[in-house]
Design a protein around this ligand. Structure first.
Ligand SMILES: [Zn+2]
Length: 122
């Protein structure tokens, strides 16, 4: 899953499209090579948490990507959902600026443990 976000940093729009779940894609496949400017100037990526669900089919990554736009540092904060198809992870959809998961609530991965004792690594 992490490779998807490395792709953001590299500005590889085509890879992002290809790793997008076919049922959730919009638009046509971007041409190669995509230009790094397509996605702005990415500076840094931090993973808030990532989780491979116990069902083996779903995953979730929450990240903050920092980029520059008109000299201003911007933050894209997203919680992204993934599905595994034939051994590969595909992005399905995501939520922007998600509310923080409660440390004491059940972990989204389905382990039955509390988030703080499971996928929360912070
Ligand atoms: Zn978990």
């Amino acid at each position: 899953m992490r490779s998807r976000y490395s792709a953001f940093a590299l500005g590889n729009a085509r890879y992002l499209w290809q790793s997008h779940h076919p049922d959730y894609r919009q638009g046509a496949e971007p041409p190669v090579p995509s230009q790094p400017e397509d996605l702005g100037q990415w500076e840094k990526l931090t993973i808030v948490f990532s989780s491979d669900f116990v069902n083996g089919q779903d995953g979730m990554v929450e990240f903050k990507a920092y980029y520059r736009e008109n000299q201003q540092l911007q933050i894209l904060h997203e919680r992204s959902n993934f599905k595994k198809v034939a051994g590969r992870w595909f992005y399905t959809d995501g939520e922007f600026a998600p509310k923080a998961l409660e440390r004491n609530s059940m972990c989204p991965c389905g382990s039955g443990k509390k988030f703080k004792q499971c996928c929360n690594k912070s």
